[in-house]
Write a protein that binds this ligand. Structure first.
Ligand code: HEC
Length: 161
């Protein structure tokens, strides 16, 4: 991850671990510098399309699931629509990427979008968390970030004084 290159010399030569509190704090700070700007995936169109397609396939597949469900079971229409399962509100995923890193009450820390996906994998698909840089994780995150294109980044907003 690009962030590692930036901080490697300021961290006594040790690359920061993706998903660690320190790395998340750094990502949160860097993302906050873009508050108000619209999300847009940077890669060239053909490359981007491949990853979005791969991400949607992963989103709809039961590959990492141990209960026969997929992300799509709850987050319907590819995550575009709110849903109600057993009287529980399932959020739609449009604009979600604009709000991460974010504080999460369940784990009581700041998490990145990939870690939220892992929480859903563990909690809602009865599966196992996968490495944050796993290809299936990158694909899912790319897909969800694409759903958020055009939304304004809004992280770590402090209350008005
Ligand atoms: C059994 C239903 C269910 C399944 C299956 C499920 N989720 Fe979720 N998801 C939820 C609920 C409920 C929430 C709201 C937060 C919470 O309670 O954990 C949520 C929250 C999220 C969020 C954060 C939304 C926000 O507004 O911050 C993301 C991103 C997400 N899910 C992605 C996924 C992905 C990717 C998968 C597949 C790997 C998945 N979910 C599978 C129920 C589900």
């Amino acid at each position: 991850m690009a962030n590692n290159f930036a901080v490697v010399n300021e961290n006594n030569g040790t690359p920061w671990v993706l998903g660690s509190d320190d790395a998340n704090a750094l990502i949160l700070y860097m993302t906050s510098l873009s508050n108000g700007k619209q999300i847009r995936l940077a890669p060239p169109d053909t490359y981007k399309k491949d990853w979005i397609t791969k991400g949607l396939a992963a989103f709809q597949s039961q590959e990492l699931s141990l209960n026969g469900e997929s992300c799509e079971t709850c987050h319907i229409e590819g995550g575009r629509k709110k849903n109600l399962v057993d009287n529980k509100v399932i959020p739609d995923l449009k604009g979600v990427a604009a709000r991460y890193p974010q504080y999460n009450y369940h784990v009581n820390k700041i998490i990145i979008l990939e870690q939220q996906i892992n929480l859903c994998l563990e909690k809602n698909l009865a599966g196992h968390a996968i490495p944050l840089d796993d290809e299936l994780m990158v694909a899912r995150t790319t897909y969800i970030t694409w759903l958020s294109e055009g939304y304004k980044i809004s992280v770590a907003k402090l209350p008005e004084k």
